[in-house]
Design a protein around this ligand. Structure first.
Ligand code: PEP
Length: 252
């Protein structure tokens, strides 16, 4: 196991209430206690309704908080039910997930995601940018084509690469208990890295996570891929025990 920094990012999706702070509290305690043993960065992305309360309550250097989407419009506007990056930043978010397949499947395009990334970067938020192919695309041999398009149509050379974490999340793997074969995943991570390097300077070091049905048993499989900088964890991040076990087992 290398001593490279690893990201463990929780995506709570549309789950959680004020009482769920106990999950954050336990993860924070674990993060503090294991700070010398594991070189890790823990980020929990919560629903918008919780970010302000949690960020005020959490006084910690050991975990960070984020949200899961925003409207692309930079300032206030007549967009019923929406919040922009600036509002989320002021409510306490440090990170934001953009391009998640849950939102792509509701019609979010690469162009729209690009606008959201721009607006979140303007607010100095850190982006967790999700890409990934559907099952149909995988079956028809279009994985690389899809990933290239998602990257090229949403990422611009002038974006700050060190503010963007890429998360490879095959859509067919999210919430299904199915994960890619390790050899396949290695090739895909390499491909994503090379595509990003084509946009940014050659010596840029893009951070790439894997996400999709990560749990405390399959996490060991992924530790054999040194190129992976961490994990985006959905279902299992809604339990402090499952989330902590994933981190512990990764380093075993
Ligand atoms: C996700 O929704 O980002 C995700 C990775 O979900 P899960 O871990 O539940 O597959």
């Amino acid at each position: 196991m290398t001593n490279k920094l690893r990201y463990f990012i929780g995506n709570w999706k549309m789950f959680g209430d004020f009482g769920s702070f106990r999950i954050i509290h336990r993860i924070n305690q674990f993060s503090y206690k294991s700070r010398k043993r594991f070189k890790k960065k823990i980020i929990i992305c919560v629903p918008n309704t919780l970010i302000h309360f949690f960020s005020k309550k959490l006084k910690s250097r050991f975990i960070s908080l984020g949200v899961q989407n925003c409207h692309h419009h930079q300032s206030y506007g007549p967009f019923t039910g929406s919040v922009n990056a600036s509002m989320l930043k002021r409510a306490g978010a440090e990170f934001i997930i953009l391009g998640h397949s849950d939102n792509r499947s509701e019609g979010e395009t690469n162009q729209l995601i690009k606008k959201k990334i721009k607006s979140a970067l303007n607010e100095k938020l850190n982006i967790i940018f999700c890409i990934g192919e559907t099952f149909k695309e995988k079956k028809s041999g279009k994985t690389f084509f899809t990933l290239r398009k998602q990257i090229r149509n949403s990422i611009e050379k002038k974006f700050k690469i060190n503010k963007i974490i890429f998360a490879y999340e095959p859509v067919w793997s999210i919430g299904t208990n199915k994960v890619p074969k390790i050899d396949e995943l290695k090739k895909i991570i390499k491909f994503i890295k090379s595509e990003i390097k084509k946009i940014f300077k050659k010596d840029s070091y893009p951070k790439i996570l894997y996400g999709g049905s990560v749990n405390d048993s399959n996490i060991r499989l992924f530790s054999s891929i040194p190129d992976i900088d961490g994990f985006l964890i959905g279902g299992a991040s809604q339990s402090s025990k499952k989330f902590i076990d994933i981190v512990k087992n990764y380093y075993k």
